[in-house]
Design a protein. Structure first.
Lengths: 221, 221
DNA sequence: GACAATCGATAGTATTACTATTATATTTGT
DNA sequence: ACAAATATAATAGTAATACTATCGATTGTC
């Protein structure tokens, strides 16, 4: 079997959902339900009903809804990191790699057949619609210590390193990619819902162009 | 009396809190409590207790907590627009104006004595910590129609116009300033809570420098 | 055959996010 | 000065949410 494993910090679950059938059903249905209803309207009761189990069944895997969302978003970043590494193999300049990274951030991805219980496209929509909610809480400092945001931070670190290959004296690489990664999400959201906050008429390629233009210009001396 | 009025769309309240003493107390205490507890932990019951009134008293002014937050954040954008207009009077180049705008977005502001019931610094912290929550909901399209996000959109439009004065052929002015305004908030949050997503060691001026550098470079031909 | 792990089922609690009603106090128009 | 309208306080109540706890039944494993 062609296994592919995205490893998530053990702080992000009570019981590893990746190791049991019920766990995988929870992940699968949480993704489709959260995509459909949004984070606020999702409850463990609704998830339980869909997977034909019980509320306490879901609680055995995740302490609460916030931990579940954080797990899913970290899974997404981990998966993106794998995709980037794969794509970078054939690319030789940091400019090409940054461009590819931005495309991966914005363009819809294909379903990965090796991981049938995760719908990557739905997960990407969840990230666009919900990602700041994982850190915009009063518990952010505690959760940061527990590694809740490692996925995000690793992506930014990787891209920062690439940027420094282009311009070793650029003083704001982390700020730049925190901004680019965030804008990649929010521009998708704005293009769809608040079009006056974007110059894209819905086309994802215009967002990619904007982000690459901004990145490469920022790195000029 | 030296009055200063920030007008908020009537869709953002049930009864205008600016017109009564109780309304002003609600605004004042909502700001200090939300600053202290965060949006999630704030309840109308807690606000009511603080202003020595009742839950239903608060409900007479705001339909729910989300509307209250949206009101406060729109108030902030409206107030920022006034500040910008004031500061721009003495500035003659679009570059100087953009620089000043970024400073207003990031640097802590003084308490405006003409509006004693609004603590602008606390409100600014609320915006940093909570602003995406007003649009990251399933009701965004409906609320957009009702003008929930006009404040944000107006700021972006004003800055976009300035950008086009610098470079009339720049193709992404709205995306650029949606990104800059958002980064102004999130970089403040990251510098404090997730420092690996920023290159600022807490100093607000480093964030200002980063944002101005990115803006002006993006507008180069 | 003992055991631990897993799960389903049920029950229960505190809190939240409201809605409704009524009595009282205050302001306003005439 | 008085009636009418408005604003507020006080209380009660409800449905849903976000959990926590307990108890058997099933299942695989040493």
């Amino acid at each position: 079997m062609n296994a592919l494993n995205i490893t998530i910090s053990a702080k992000l679950y009570s019981k590893n959902p990746d190791e049991t059938e019920l766990g995988k059903r929870i992940l699968s249905k949480s993704i489709s339900l959260m995509d459909e209803l949004g984070y606020e309207q999702l409850t463990f009761k609704k998830v339980a009903r869909e997977i034909i189990s019980t509320e306490s069944g879901v609680y055995r895997y995740f302490q609460n809804k916030h931990q579940l969302l954080t797990y899913l978003i970290n899974w997404y970043w981990g998966w993106l990191e794998v995709k980037m590494a794969q794509e970078f193999i054939l690319l030789n300049s940091p400019e090409e790699k940054l461009k590819k990274a931005v495309e991966l951030l914005v363009l819809p991805m294909e379903q990965d057949e090796r991981i049938p219980h995760i719908d990557e496209r739905a997960l990407q929509r969840i990230v666009v619609a919900e990602y700041p909610k994982i850190y915009l809480t009063k518990d952010v400092d505690q959760e940061n210590k527990e590694g809740y945001f490692l996925g995000y931070k690793r992506i930014c670190e990787t891209l920062s390193q690439l940027a420094l290959q282009i311009n070793p004296t650029y003083p704001y690489p982390h700020s730049l990619f925190a901004t680019i990664v965030e804008a990649a999400q929010s521009q998708q959201f704005f293009a769809e819902h608040l079009p006056r906050l974007s110059d894209s008429s819905g086309g994802k390629h215009e967002i990619v162009q904007f982000l690459i233009d901004m990145t490469l210009k920022a790195l000029r001396k």
